[in-house]
Design a protein around this ligand. Structure first.
Ligand code: NDP
Length: 287
């Protein structure tokens, strides 16, 4: 069987192109560009790279962005104060607090302080709840939302398919399962306590691997013709790999996302997508 690659870089480029066009139209009507405000507390090197990449991606599509750098010693009250100021600033469309936060800051309290209408990471309980009840005004967690875009734009039917999500984190596994269910998939969620994972995988038409273990899965575990979405991303001796051993899947599965170049590029594209949606919602609220 020929295994097709799902090219996340290209799909992310397509999405950015659509968003750029939308922003160009708003600008032509005399409206300001949407603006993403990113707060980074401390100087975690990986977080600095992510934040720079996000700012760069905003620039590509004509979106304004600002990065607010705060020292690692910032108190919770100071951080909450900054968030409140951004919540009240009408020029700010989206607010993102880069995780992880330095020790001593209560992540859950901080994330709940963001106005749900500006919560472009989709982590606020209001957005999680809306997404759970199928309210399409929800801002949805970027990585799983990106996976749905990849499936749909590759012409892969979700309806009626057996979908197995391995991983149940709040930012990937759980929202992934909710989105697949909303698309009429028959969804099973597996995790570290799951018994008979192999047996469950053998029945899956679509597998989303999001467990955070390098090359944990291999081709023999999947059904012939399955679609494999690899969310994992790991720096290893021979480069970067996912949760799935890519080579062992070739010739066995119908579609697979490479790592790098698969789900990774989609996450930032969906952050931009959420910011554009938040802008659109704010605009229609003003009408
Ligand atoms: P977490 O560590 O928060 O969650 C991992 C999940 O996998 C948990 O639910 C855990 O189960 C489950 N798990 C761990 N080991 C096993 C196992 N042996 N069998 C079955 N289930 C297992 O990770 P995240 O969800 O945040 O991220 C998952 C992966 O995706 C990571 O590699 C991360 O780097 C990557 N990632 C990539 C992104 C991208 O843009 N491409 C964005 C976000 C994440 P339990 O709940 O029982 O502990």
């Amino acid at each position: 069987m020929e295994t097709k690659l799902i090219d996340g870089k290209q799909i992310a480029r397509d999405i950015r192109g659509e968003l750029k066009q939308q922003i160009r139209e708003w600008r032509a009507q005399g409206l300001p560009a949407p603006k993403l405000s990113v707060i980074l507390v401390g100087e975690d090197p990986a977080s600095c790279i992510y934040v720079n990449n996000k700012a760069k991606a905003c620039g590509w599509i004509g979106m304004d962005s600002e990065t607010i750098l705060l020292p690692a010693e910032t108190t919770e009250e100071e951080l909450l104060g900054r968030i409140q100021t951004l919540n009240e600033d009408p020029s700010v469309t989206g607010i993102l607090v880069q995780l992880p936060l330095p020790r001593g800051l209560d992540e859950s309290r901080i994330l709940r302080a963001i106005d749900p209408a500006k919560d472009v990471d989709g982590f606020h309980p209001v957005n999680v709840g809306k997404s759970a009840i199928g309210d399409d005004t929800a801002l949805v967690s970027c990585t799983p939302a990106g996976v749905i875009q990849m499936l749909e734009r590759s012409g892969i039917e979700i309806r009626g398919k057996r979908c197995v999500v391995v991983g149940r984190s709040n930012i990937v596994g759980k929202p992934m399962a909710r989105l697949l269910l909303a698309k009429d998939g028959t969804v099973t969620v597996c995790h570290s306590k799951t018994l008979d994972l192999d047996q469950i995988l053998q029945e899956a038409d679509i597998v989303v691997a999001a467990i955070g273990r390098p090359r944990f899965f291999n081709g023999t575990q999947f059904k012939e013709g399955a679609v494999i979405i690899d969310v994992g991303i790991h720096r290893v001796e021979d480069g970067v790999c996912g949760d799935v051993d890519f080579d062992s899947c070739l010739g066995k599965v119908s579609y697979i996302t490479p790592v790098p170049g698969g789900v990774g590029p989609m996450t930032i594209a969906m952050l931009l997508y959420n910011t554009v949606r938040a802008y659109q919602a704010a605009l229609s609220g003003q009408e």
